[in-house]
Write a protein that binds this ligand. Structure first.
Ligand SMILES: Nc1ncnc2c1ncn2[C@@H]1O[C@H](COP(=O)(O)OP(=O)(O)OP(=O)(O)O)[C@@H](O)[C@H]1O
Length: 510
């Protein structure tokens, strides 16, 4: 069907460099994507050329050339960690060609095909947050860019869990004063009613399509065209789905676009709230209950955790004891950060069992990965050896008082050394901000020469174990000299040295 694909070894002259074709990666309806080598430095890139099937009609080819050029131009003006960067574009043998970042990984469609089962909510939510974030970036361009073809094959997932949006073939800028799109596009099941040529699509079309994409990932069933899912329909297929998440999808996929999230930012915030377990379904679109944006995964936006820029998350004030940010509303939660599965975690009902995905929040692993605790439950009685429930004060076997180890930190800063018994969790580490009523348990305001973010890191207790999590701080946290990855929990062990700027904290248990 495709005429003469470029053979391996072909060298193409671009505008900025030469490229050697290393092999075909994939073919779409109108193009082909190859892995290539940039000749000047041997680095690997993806080369996409428009290569219509031989039987394509001339008008179709012309229309697709327009779309290809548009994709190329669009991508060159954009810069976002969830978009492949474009480094060159040129024509070869009359074919428009684009050289872009080579994304290692698979499309969500490939992943789903391989797994053939619903994915865990925590993974889908994390993908959804990243997709919403990049779509929000597109929607907030001037003029707004509507992606218009959000669906699993157009989303790639790297082994580190980073999402990259590919295929801008039908993305287009939103033109005010235009009542209708010139071309009706999108993919059945993912496209909202207004995309069936009945009106001009706006950002809310992408909201519907992202809802449909997440629905597909959660249920392993393609979305039914023009059908909002019903209450209970997601949970029926996947027990890891919470009622709150189901409501988010239902809202995103409302037929009436006025009833959907009105912006991608509010969709993202609703997903963040699901992830943090603080969602209030009837306030899904109320920005005042939304947390501040979390960082971009591999390229944090400095503004979000900058000690001088961002206000405290509004939800923090509304709920004095919110579920921890990394928590999960599921009564038997799997850890939201993709740690090894706990034995009591309920898997979705559909068969086969969903795959454990790569750590959802994790850029390339730099910290020692969190290893499963040696015991999932509580302390072992030193009298009779029985394992007890996590919060037991007396042994259920012999009645002896359970001796609890007290974790502590010895904190050394240029100004002081002090010891702190960790008795309250979560134990927040950061800089105080009285204006926001923010007073972390470990306040580094006087000690770190301005390095710590207000919400820098947190120590959380899980049974008898303690997890340190960097909350996307600007300047980072290191553990035993190794920089931590934001949101990737580190299981603290006695002797671990936590460093934030000039402050060092040594963890021990007595
Ligand atoms: N930047 C990239 N890095 C690595 N692989 C990529 C990249 N872009 C695309 N691919 C791979 O190539 C395949 C085809 O890409 P893409 O969907 O962009 O092509 P297309 O011709 O526009 O397809 P369609 O007909 O679906 O619009 C993808 O499914 C993906 O596997």
């Amino acid at each position: 069907m495709f005429a003469d694909l470029l053979p391996d070894g072909t060298i193409l002259q671009g505008q900025r460099d030469q490229y050697r074709i290393l092999g075909l990666i994939g073919r779409g309806g109108m193009g082909a994507v190859y892995r290539c080598e940039r000749m000047s430095d041997g680095s690997t890139w993806a080369l996409k050329e428009m290569r219509p099937p031989v039987e394509a009609a001339p008008e179709e080819i012309a229309e697709n050339r327009k779309l290809f050029d548009q994709e190329s131009q669009l991508l060159q003006t954009l810069d976002h960690p969830n978009l492949p960067k474009v480094i060159d574009s040129f024509d070869q043998a009359g074919r428009p060609t684009l050289v872009m970042e080579f994304v290692q990984g698979k499309t969500l469609e490939d992943k789903q095909r391989e797994t053939n089962a619903p994915f865990f909510q925590r993974d889908v939510v994390n993908w959804g947050i990243q997709i919403a974030r990049v779509l929000n970036y597109l929607h907030t361009q001037n003029p707004p860019i509507i992606f218009r073809d959000m669906k699993p094959p157009n989303v790639m997932l790297t082994p580190e869990g980073i999402i990259k949006l590919i295929d801008f073939g039908v993305a287009r800028t939103y033109k005010t004063n235009k009542s209708k799109d010139t071309v009706a596009m999108g993919s059945a099941g993912y496209a909202p009613p207004e995309q069936y040529g009945k009106g001009q699509t706006d950002a809310r079309a992408d909201i519907y399509a992202l809802g449909a994409t997440l629905l597909h990932m959660l249920t392993n069933l393609p979305p039914v065209p023009l059908q909002t899912p019903k209450d209970g329909s997601l949970i029926r297929h996947n027990q890891s789905v919470t009622p709150e998440m189901e409501q988010v999808i239902i809202k995103a996929m409302a037929m009436d676009r006025d009833k959907r999230f009105q912006t991608m930012a509010s969709f993202e915030q609703a997903l963040l709230a699901v992830d943090r377990g603080v969602i209030v379904p009837d306030k899904l679109d109320d920005p005042t209950m939304m947390p501040t944006p979390a960082p971009v995964f591999n390229n944090p936006d400095p503004s979000w955790s900058n000690p001088n820029s961002n206000p405290a998350p509004a939800w923090g004030n509304q709920n004095p004891n919110p579920a921890p940010a990394w928590g999960n509303p599921n009564p038997n939660p799997a850890p939201a950060w993709g740690a090894p599965q706990q034995p009591n975690y309920q898997q979705p009902m559909a068969q086969p069992v969903p795959q454990q995905s790569v750590p959802s929040w994790a850029p390339p692993v730099q910290t020692p990965a969190w290893s499963p605790p040696p015991q999932a439950n509580g302390p072992i009685c030193d009298q009779c050896g029985r394992m007890n429930k996590p919060n037991a004060r007396f042994c259920a076997g012999c009645g002896a008082a359970i001796k609890r180890a007290v974790p502590k930190l010895v904190i050394t800063s240029p100004r002081a050394v002090w010891e702190l018994a960790l008795t309250h969790f979560p134990c927040r580490i950061g800089r105080r901000d009285p204006a926001q009523n923010h007073h972390p348990e470990i306040d580094l305001a006087e000690h770190d020469r301005g390095v710590a973010s207000r919400r820098h890191a947190v120590i959380e207790q899980q049974g008898d174990h303690h997890l340190l999590i960097d909350l996307g701080s600007i300047n980072g946290t290191s553990i035993n000299g190794v920089p931590m990855t934001a949101y990737q929990p580190h299981h603290l062990r006695p002797g671990d040295r936590i460093r934030i700027g000039d402050v060092e904290m040594v963890f021990s248990i007595e």
